[in-house]
Design a protein around this ligand. Structure first.
Ligand code: FAD
Length: 371
């Protein structure tokens, strides 16, 4: 039996803890917040499951991951069909025939295709040097200027000409009237919210949970007590920023309650214009087809990240990758501590990717022990 310390009760830490506990190992889970579940935390407020850290829609084409997560909750038939509000007009996302009809009045797919080809032609002849050139070469000027530019600049806090092209390697464009945002085989929202999933994963006699406990406050002591540590916090913070600080983008959430039953008629509406400070409004009840008499919305404001605030998105440019690789190399010198999840690996991961990585890590350690 191995003794594991898992730092962070988000999805990565919890999947890993569940797997090892079922393998007969003892696991202690440390969490510095006052609740489990990391950023997928949902809380019932006035009978509505509120996604406290932003909209979380589960989607995957990985059957192993889908079967795994379905052990812990039933998923409803929610399909993400976000809309975008730009310059007094409402558009469907992802870019599809509904969008092109609102934009140009075209209803024939070939006409929409021609329009995009005509607008993007001149940007295709050379390698894009930044995000703006990349977007123009993929979708042309109208879509870029009406639906991408100002939203992206709000989100990242810098002009599109100063953002790297790889942020949008591909932009989904469909020539069908299909508003389903994801191409994945499986999609849905857990009935009753995400927190119960994590509660069920961690509900095991081999797992002990310690909330409001920051590993870094007593790092040496924790390291001396456990054979293996799985760290899902910030890798640069773990190493006391010895190679410099990695950059993140942060978010602020503003929740509002209304006594009436329907605020915007859709779960997610993006706000493109730079004159509106938030990037989207989520209406939580629509994730679960709620029929409550009241409603709750959340506005999402992108923010510059300062040390001590919640780091939501890694800024994956060359400089940060260079710094990250130094930390990664250092981590490979010590087999007691393994890094996982979005902060440990400094990578944007969707939930299904986090689950897959945590399952793979657990498998590797279990097989290694059996050998
Ligand atoms: P986290 O959830 O961040 O968990 C890490 C935990 O570690 C935290 O609870 C933290 O408090 C704790 N911790 C850190 N340092 C310490 C320490 N020193 N001591 C103790 N505890 C510590 N994915 C999708 O698939 N679909 C979506 O629609 C989607 N929407 C998203 C929307 C937003 C706004 C964001 C930010 C992400 C979204 N994601 C979505 C991604 C999803 O949130 C992540 O894939 C997942 O939550 C990552 O899990 P994690 O365990 O790696 O990290």
């Amino acid at each position: 039996m191995t003794s594991y310390l898992v730092v962070g009760s988000g999805l990565f830490g919890s999947v890993f803890a569940e797997q090892m506990a079922n393998n007969g190992d003892k696991v202690t889970v440390l969490e510095k917040r006052d609740h489990i579940a990391g950023n997928i935390y949902t809380k019932e407020v006035s009978n509505i499951q509120v996604h406290k850290y932003g909209a979380h829609i589960f989607h995957t084409s990985n059957k192993k991951v889908w079967d795994y997560i379905n052990q812990f909750a039933d998923f409803n038939r929610f399909t993400n069909t976000p809309m975008a509000f730009s310059k007094s007009e409402l558009y469907n996302l992802p870019f599809n025939m509904n969008t092109f009809y609102t934009l140009w009045g075209v209803k024939d797919p070939w006409k929409a295709k021609e329009k995009i080809a005509e607008q993007s032609k001149r940007y295709r002849s050379r390698e894009p040097r930044n995000l703006e050139e990349q977007a123009l070469s993929l979708v042309g000027r109208d879509i870029y200027e009406i639906l991408i530019k100002e939203y992206t600049e709000k989100q990242w806090g810098r002009p599109c000409e100063k953002l790297p092209a790889f942020i949008i390697r591909r932009l989904p464009v469909r020539f069908t009237f299909d508003n389903n945002y994801f191409d994945d085989l499986y999609q849905g929202i857990p009935v009753g919210g995400y927190t119960q999933i994590i509660e069920r994963m961690l509900d095991h006699p081999n797992i002990e949970i310690k909330l409001m406990t920051d590993f870094l406050a007593n790092k040496a002591e924790w390291l001396s007590k456990y054979e293996k540590v799985i760290y899902t916090g910030m890798i640069d913070e773990f190493y006391d920023y010895c190679f410099g600080e990695l950059e993140y983008r942060s978010l602020a959430f503003e929740h509002e309650h209304f006594a009436h039953s329907n605020y915007q008629g859709n779960a997610v509406i993006n706000y493109i214009d730079k004159t509106i400070p938030y990037t989207r409004i989520i209406e939580h009840k629509h994730f679960e087809f709620g029929d409550q008499k009241n409603t709750i919305i959340t506005k999402e404001y992108p923010q510059k990240w300062y040390k001590g605030e919640e780091p939501f998105y890694p800024i994956n440019n060359e400089e940060n990758q260079h710094i990250y690789h130094k930390y990664e190399k250092l981590s490979q010198e010590n087999s007691q501590v393994l890094f996982g999840g979005r902060l440990g690996r400094y990578r944007y991961y969707d939930m299904h990717q986090v689950i897959d990585e945590a399952l793979n890590l657990a498998d590797k350690l279990i097989v290694h022990k059996v050998k």
